[in-house]
Design a protein around this ligand. Structure first.
Ligand code: ADP
Length: 580
């Protein structure tokens, strides 16, 4: 019952399974002890009946007092154990789950984060784990314990009188059947509600991230209206989900309780025909007051279990995604990057098709091509941010798919368009390039990246906090910090995404200078946007629609009659607005 399937279904750790077993055991014991109380009552009643019929003396009150007292103490102890077993350990489980998830996320290939966005993942780590926590602590042990204890009591009832037992218990399978029947509806409702909830958190996050643009373009009202609509939709879905669940749960509970009526009816009939004595019916009536109680709670809980399956599924999806693994050692011979027949698709659509080229060490290799042709994808694959789906990528003769991504990345510097800056000092932001770098090293890298001039104007120089994601800096300044980081790191491979949009002319020269210092003697793969960079490159790889259509030195490509590259250059010269 508590096998691997069970563990997956409820996203439990090994320890969690042990906890659940304990919880179940103590629930069984607790439920049986409660039934035992009914047994004492029954005995007492028997005694009195005998007294009434004159076949026995009035029993000693002290015996019953002692029995009752013993029952109270036992009941307390058992319930206390049940409480400890179900609630006590679950918080450890929650902690282990969250830490496990975080560790797992750290190792997942970046492709996964394209599928599940930030709001979605936060919701999993916080919301889904919370929902599971409730199931682990309040539901599982209780539910399974109730199944078992009721089965035991049911067997006892059948032994005593099978006809009354059927009259008493027929509603239980019917009620559960009804609930299981509604399971698919409940699961679908849970999914729909969850999706609507994610829309809301996505909307809020988006609004917060883009607050400047929203204000600047006077879109606040439109945005709020959109968000309100999403919140209303979520509310509607939630109410509908609860209503449907409520209907089924209460319906099932009512059906189960019809058992009281049928027991009385059957009992009366059987007594009249002399097949059952009154005391047996009395015992059934006593038991009936208790036997539905755990189920009543279970019915409500089972609905929660159905809903939790969506959460458990989302948790397991994270655990089931294979992590990018590889060797801890990376000893390439040189740092030539070689793409061999590389194919790749983000989803179903093939983005790269049989791409082969070499980026030599000590050279600048420029990737050019229209927007969407696969330049950024090539750069990402070169650093194993994603794994190629076909072909291989080698660095210095080593297939990078065999190297642990973290180890591999120590040989890479990336200067991308979307520089990530932390709300810390300029100094600390540059130091990210090399852990434990001395102040002198950081300052030298900063100077080489032409940061001195603008940092000098900041109120506390290099100790100035730069605001969340560098809010206080211009595009060119942010990029120079990113270059300083890369210079400090001094990795042999540099991946560069050239951004032009945010740079003014003056800044551009500063950035260019900084870059030329960074790129010396490295293997450089650049996603080129500017003609100047392209013409200065040692080699050009022209991509079109995920394929390499031309490659070679800029001069020889230009000289080639009717080459794509020559046509692109013509276009750029004509419009002066070349965007590759
Ligand atoms: P380029 O850098 O040349 O503009 P990209 O490599 O960014 O081209 O994109 C190539 C294709 O892959 C495009 O069609 C783009 O829409 C798609 N693409 C890029 N990034 C992703 C992603 N994270 N998920 C899905 N599709 C993507």
């Amino acid at each position: 019952m508590f096998g691997e399937k069970f563990q997956r279904k409820y996203a439990l750790s090994d320890q969690g399974v042990v906890t659940t077993k304990k919880g179940t055991f103590w629930t069984v014991v607790a439920n049986l002890v409660v039934m035992m109380g009914m047994g004492i009552l029954y005995l007492l009643m028997m005694q009195f009946m005998d007294v009434f019929t004159g076949s026995a003396e009035l029993p000693d009150a002290a015996v019953f007092c002692l029995l009752t007292l013993g029952f109270v103490v036992l009941s307390f102890m058992v319930h206390f154990q049940q409480y400890k077993a179900t609630y006590g350990l679950v918080y450890e489980e929650v902690k282990a789950m969250r830490l496990g998830l975080a560790e797992r996320l750290r190792k997942l290939p970046l492709g996964f984060f394209g599928k599940r966005d930030l709001a979605d993942l936060t919701e999993t780590i916080m919301g889904d784990v919370n929902r599971m926590e409730h199931v682990w602590s309040h539901v599982l042990g209780y539910l399974y314990g109730s199944y078992i204890s009721t089965a035991i009591v049911a067997v006892m009832l059948f032994v005593m009188d099978w006809r009354l037992a059927i009259a008493c218990l027929w509603g239980v399978p019917v009620a559960f059947g009804l609930l299981f029947g509604s399971r698919r509806i409940a699961a679908r409702n849970a999914e729909v509600t969850k999706a609507a909830g994610l829309e809301v958190s996505d909307g809020i996050q988006e609004a917060l991230e883009n607050i400047r643009e929203i204000r600047a373009t006077n879109q606040e009202q439109r945005y709020l209206d959109g968000l309100n609509a999403k919140i209303d939709e979520h509310e509607r879905k939630m109410i509908k989900g609860e209503l449907v669940t409520g209907l089924f749960v209460n319906g099932a509970s009512v059906i189960m309780r019809l058992g009281v009526a049928t027991t009385i009816l059957a009992g009366a009939t059987l007594i009249l025909s002399g097949q059952v004595d009154f005391m047996t019916l009395f015992l059934f009536l006593l038991v009936i007051t208790r036997i539905y109680a755990p189920f009543d709670q279970s019915l409500a809980l089972i609905a929660e279990v159905f809903m939790s399956e969506v959460s458990a599924g989302r948790l397991m999806e994270i655990y089931d995604t294979p992590i990018a693994e590889g060797t801890e050692t990376f000893a390439p011979k040189g740092h030539d990057i070689v793409f061999k027949e590389v194919g790749f698709a983000y989803d179903d659509e093939q983005v790269l098709k049989g791409v082969s080229f070499t980026a030599k060490e000590g050279e600048v290799t420029a990737l050019v091509g229209p927007s969407g042709s696969g330049k950024s994808t090539c750069a990402r694959l070169a650093a194993r941010l994603w794994d190629a789906s076909a072909g291989t990528i080698e660095v210095g003769g080593v297939d990078i798919a065999t190297v642990d991504p973290e180890v591999l990345l120590t040989d890479y510097s990336m200067v991308f368009q979307d520089v990530t800056l932390f709300d810390d000092s300029v100094m600390a932001n540059i130091r990210l390039g090399k852990r434990g770098a001395s102040d002198e090293e950081v300052l030298a890298a900063a100077a080489a990246a032409n940061c001195d001039e603008f940092v000098g104007k900041l109120p506390q120089g290099y100790d100035t906090p730069i605001g969340e994601n560098g809010a206080r800096l211009s595009g060119g300044e942010r990029q120079r910090i990113s270059i300083a980081r890369a210079l400090l790191k001094g990795a042999p491979i540099v991946l560069l995404d050239e951004a032009t949009a945010s740079l003014d002319v003056e800044n551009e020269t500063e950035v260019q200078e900084a870059l030329s210092r960074l790129l010396q003697n490295k293997t450089v793969l650049v996603i080129a946007h500017r003609m100047r960079t392209v013409e200065a490159a040692d080699k050009i790889v022209v991509l079109s629609d995920g394929k390499v259509v031309e490659e070679g030195a800029p001069a020889s490509l230009l000289a080639e009659e009717g080459s794509v590259f020559a046509r692109m250059r013509q276009l750029q010269l004509a419009s002066d607005q070349w965007s590759l």
